[in-house]
Design a protein around this ligand. Structure first.
Ligand code: AMP
Ligand code: MN
Ligand code: MN
Ligand code: MN
Length: 283
């Protein structure tokens, strides 16, 4: 059983079209694929159901950016009704925040003599503008050497051109995903700049406000850290999720379907055992 419940297309900051993503997932033996673009479900409007390989089941999803104690936290929702109006209203607000943040960054870039960001962004197929796109603009313009450099020097928390966005709060995102029939999962817990105590508190608060899942296995997570995530998952009575967070075929370490099996001590909490597991209903 291979369930990749976290992946991106070019409707947010991924590189592939939805059709190319599902074909790649099927070729990598993925059984269930949740497409979880940042703050948009546009990919599903561009995916022809009849073209999905028979061996693969696609699950409707989204990854919502939230603010928690002024840190950016990501919540993945799977099995959502993409036509749910309140959820789409929340996503629309998030997309507007993304556009406004890009405008602010563009102003800062212009003051430093770098023009053309907004024109570049208009040419992208994305519906949700990400700092990943802006990082690519900085690389193409010779301003940054790499994505890492772009984030460290220019777009990260202490970056030269960075601008913050007032994302929604965690309880609002969890509620909206839940009301849209989905399961809310806290994404890549060890990637946040939080110490162990704060991470525990984040996971605990997430569970308290109705969050149901925790990503336990994902790309670039070694087995010791994964075992720790599994322990946190069990302690908080959450379901254990798996997902690559695939963005681009150019990064072989984050390929779709590429992550470890769940550790044995949380196997009975695997998210596909959840009573509302969306893999049981066809999209
Ligand atoms: P945003 O959603 O616009 O805040 O941008 C965050 C996205 O940028 C994440 O989803 C990652 O895909 C990407 N990202 C964040 N940090 C880095 C980094 N240090 N290097 C490369 N990509 C990053
Ligand atoms: Mn991303
Ligand atoms: Mn994320
Ligand atoms: Mn992601």
């Amino acid at each position: 059983m291979l369930a990749d419940l976290h992946s991106h297309t070019y409707y947010s900051d991924g590189e592939l079209a939805p059709q190319a993503l599902v074909e790649r997932a099927a070729a990598n033996n993925v059984d269930f694929l949740a497409i979880t673009d940042h703050d948009t479900t546009a990919a599903f409007e561009h995916l022809e159901l009849s073209n999905i390989p028979d061996s693969l089941q696609v699950i409707h999803g989204v990854e919502v950016s939230c603010l928690w104690e002024s840190k950016e936290i990501h919540i993945v929702g799977i099995g959502i009704d993409i036509n749910n109006a309140p959820l789409q209203a929340l996503l629309k607000r998030q997309q507007t925040l993304r556009l406004e943040r890009a405008v602010q960054i563009d102003r800062r870039l212009q003051l430093a003599g770098h023009t053309g960001l907004m024109r570049y962004l208009e040419q992208q197929p994305c519906q949700a503008i990400s700092r990943n796109h802006i990082a690519q603009f900085l690389i193409d313009g010779g301003i940054a050497r790499s994505k890492d450099h772009a984030f460290k020097s220019y777009l990260g928390d202490k970056g030269k051109y960075t601008a913050a966005a007032q994302w929604c709060e965690i309880p609002a995102a969890v509620q909206a995903l839940h009301n849209a029939g989905g399961i809310a999962i806290l994404a890549h817990p060890n990637r946040y700049p939080l110490n162990k105590v704060k991470l525990r508190r984040l996971i605990n608060e997430f569970a308290q406000c109705g969050g149901q899942g925790l990503e336990v296995s994902y790309s670039n997570l070694d087995s010791d850290r994964m075992a720790h995530m599994a322990t946190l998952c069990i302690e908080n009575k959450l379901w254990a999720s798996t997902g690559s967070d695939f963005h681009t075929p150019r990064n072989q370490w984050m390929d779709v379907g590429r992550f470890r099996h769940l550790p044995a001590h949380c196997a009975d909490k695997a998210i596909w055992l959840h009573p509302d597991w969306p893999g049981r209903r066809p999209i």
